[in-house]
Design a protein around this ligand. Structure first.
Ligand code: FES
Ligand SMILES: [Fe+2]
Length: 423
């Protein structure tokens, strides 16, 4: 890939082509629980290079505003969240959830022109989502399956990943690495163990991909040998611009990710599990909170994984030798993060030598690239309709000779009728 194209894909600051594109979608910003209480402590939020501040006002309304005071640039992180607004601790200017300046104690007459940036915010799936695009262009609200289920069926976490958003997301599109990176982990992990999926994945490491380009992203069909008369198909989606779904493992909860740039060198890896038909059990929730499955254990008081680049992800050579961990790193998400961060915070894509299994990544890059060009020409970005998000991954045995794309039509929709397809 040439440098110009790569740069267009990875940089997301204000005014960049990809930054403009991503700002046309609702952006997962933070967990609702980070600002649980009205008038509770405000938190800093950085997204696509913009430094913001999130708070919940006296009436419970969420505000996501510029981090800095319009007067002389003090961080409002050090301000007071009280009486429906944040008051700067330096000279007492006060801002509401819309960024409106509502008080200038020393000069009330200039109040109006002291307002600061604010983004519309909504809450879905225990997350605050904001819209950072031009006023009046908000698309439909997030409507992914996990955004619309009762809260007891969904668990969401986020972790800091210390590399560019695109190379993290590419790991979510490239499911061929599961046969290697996660090879031993899936046998013991409580969210993956005890499924036929593991047998098929391990027995056949040479996935053959068929990929369908859709209006809203890609559907990826990964074929492995199944039973003597069948193939085992792991079918999943990449949805514009940053959602990846994970093919299911047996009857375990469904799973997916969102990959959101913090700045050019780090991103939020959001991880979600949900069960369409039942509440997650106390045991499942306890495991997820402890960092099992696609979740992680954190460094105290942060969203940075305890196993991180400063400690070589706690690599255990003995576990590697004894085939308890393929790479020696423990935990599915940390396994991914360790490899992806090891490429450098922005992978040099001019040097890579791609393989046939990278076709999904190549197509996603191309579609994102084309979408940035189209937006610059004034065309609307893809997948703005809520229906674009009403799809689900599957893992099925299909008789050899069955066309998986034909099978997939109608079986991957989220419509309240269609069951989960997973063996
Ligand atoms: S810098 Fe905020 S009130 Fe003066
Ligand atoms: Fe992975």
């Amino acid at each position: 890939m040439d440098k110009d194209t790569a740069d267009r894909l990875v940089y997301t600051g204000p005014g960049t082509p990809m930054g403009d594109l991503l700002r046309r979608y609702w952006v997962p910003a933070l967990l609702s629980s980070e600002i649980a209480e009205p008038d509770g402590p405000q938190v800093r939020v950085q997204l696509m290079g913009e430094k913001l501040l999130a708070f919940r006002d006296t009436r419970g309304k969420v505000g996501v505003i510029d981090e800095f005071c319009s007067h002389r640039g003090v961080s409002l992180f050090f301000g007071r969240n009280e009486e429906s607004g944040i008051r700067c601790a330096y000279h007492g200017l006060k801002f509401d959830t819309d960024g409106r300046c509502v008080e200038v104690p020393s000069a009330p007459q200039v109040c109006e022109r002291m307002s600061i940036k604010a983004y519309p915010a909504v809450e879905r799936a225990g997350m605050v989502w904001i819209y950072m695009g031009p006023k009046g262009t908000e698309p439909a609200l997030p409507d992914l399956e996990w955004c619309t289920l009762p809260p007891e069926r969904v668990y969401v976490s986020k972790r800091l990943q210390e590399c560019n958003w695109l190379q993290a997301m590419e790991g979510g599109i490239d499911t061929s690495h599961v046969s290697y990176t996660h090879r031993f982990e899936v046998d013991v992990d409580p969210m993956h163990r005890g499924t036929k999926a593991n047998d098929y994945i391990k027995a056949d490491g040479n996935v053959i991909f068929e990929i369908e380009k859709t209006d809203v992203g890609l559907t990826l069909f990964g074929r492995r040998n199944g039973e003597p008369d069948s193939y085992y198909w792991r079918i999943t989606q990449w949805l514009f611009p940053w959602f990846t779904l994970i093919p299911p493992f047996g009857h375990h909860a469904l799973a997916g990710h969102v990959w959101v740039p913090i700045d050019d060198h780090s991103c939020w890896a959001w991880s979600m599990n949900w069960h369409p038909e039942r509440a997650l059990s106390d045991e499942e929730l306890a495991q997820m909170r402890a960092g099992a499955g696609i979740h992680v254990a954190y460094e105290e008081g942060s969203f940075r994984p305890r196993a991180n680049k400063d400690n070589d992800y706690l690599i255990d050579r003995r576990a590697q030798r004894e085939k308890r961990s393929y790479s020696g790193v423990a935990g599915i998400s940390v396994q991914d993060a360790s490899l992806q961060e090891s490429m450098g915070s922005i992978q040099d894509r001019t040097q890579e030598k791609l393989l046939p299994t990278d076709r999904g990544i190549v197509m996603a890059r191309r579609m994102l690239h084309e979408a940035t060009l189209a937006l610059q020409k004034g065309e609307e970005p893809p997948a703005l309709a809520a229906s674009a998000q009403r799809v689900r991954a599957a893992a099925v045995l299909l008789a050899r000779g069955t066309d998986p794309m034909a099978w997939a039509h109608g079986h991957l929709v989220v419509d309240g009728q269609e069951p989960v397809h997973s063996v």
